[in-house]
Design a protein. Structure first.
Length: 261
């Protein structure tokens, strides 16, 4: 299973993360970039190679009226059917509005141990209001960074949002999520999730310029890393400044030319 292999795989010499759109396929493999000696190739041949399918789930999509809540739900249903048919495990990350939707709860509770359920860390209106804060977005889910990401809230507000989410997740599933993903999670939130709730894996977006209402630029090139306590978008330079949660890049960049940033 994905989370059980993360800490082992983060230490491999060459690790690639490749994804596509909302349905993200994560491919972890060794010997991807540079020529290796015969002894290194021999060692790599015995290394585990893991493919994990990650699907983050939002309750609604305000940008397109044709993408209704039923369309989004049936998409997840069909994805699960396809994964079971081809005997593929994977991870489902729930945004708070989807977490609180009974049909998603029932659907994901029925999955076998080959599947993981975790948290998708975009901030929708129900989570903000449950944490006794005022919603500033244009829609119940707003994709702009000052509203939809944890960076739009003070450190204390971020902690409160996390506590509310984690409490409800545990009440529903009986445990805290081990994996938490988002296009971006700030260092304060990531460290808080690790120290209080012991998450073991995270993910963020590849570099992009002026896309989706925000820019991410200068991140660690195409691969997983242990983030800095100063800035979660860069690797820690020393162990004492490290958040011990490996961050994997979603929608991985072209390893040479960084196309379509």
């Amino acid at each position: 299973m994905f989370v059980k292999n993360l800490r082992r795989m983060i230490h491999k010499k060459y690790l690639s993360l490749v994804g596509a759109s909302m349905f993200v396929v994560c491919v972890f493999c060794s010997s991807f970039y540079f020529p290796a000696s015969s002894s290194e190739r021999s060692q790599d041949e015995g290394a585990p190679k893991i493919v994990n399918i990650v699907n983050f789930i939002r309750l609604l999509e305000p940008r397109d009226a044709a993408i209704t809540q039923d369309v989004l739900y049936q998409t997840v249903v069909k994805q699960i059917e396809s994964m079971k048919k081809h005997k593929l495990g994977g991870t489902f990350l729930l945004q708070y509005d989807a977490l609180m939707e009974p049909r998603y709860q029932k659907l994901l509770k029925g999955l076998s141990k080959e599947y993981e359920v975790g948290a998708w860390w975009e901030i929708p209106q129900p989570l903000v209001e449950k944490a006794d804060m005022k919603w500033r977005g244009r829609y119940p889910w707003d994709w702009h960074a000052h509203v939809g990401f944890s960076t739009g809230y003070t450190p204390k507000e971020r902690e409160k949002l996390i506590d509310v989410y984690m409490a409800d997740f545990k009440e529903i599933f009986g445990y805290y999520p081990k994996s938490v993903g988002s296009w971006f999670i700030d260092a304060h939130s990531l460290l808080y999730m690790y120290e209080k709730y012991r998450i073991i894996a995270s993910s963020n977006c590849k570099d992009q310029y002026g896309t989706d209402g925000y820019t991410l630029w200068g991140g660690y090139w195409n691969q997983a890393y242990y983030p800095s306590k100063i800035n979660s978008y860069m690797p820690a330079q020393h162990e004492e400044n490290q958040i011990p949660v490996p961050v994997f890049r979603m929608l991985g960049s072209d390893p040479i030319r960084q196309y379509d940033a």
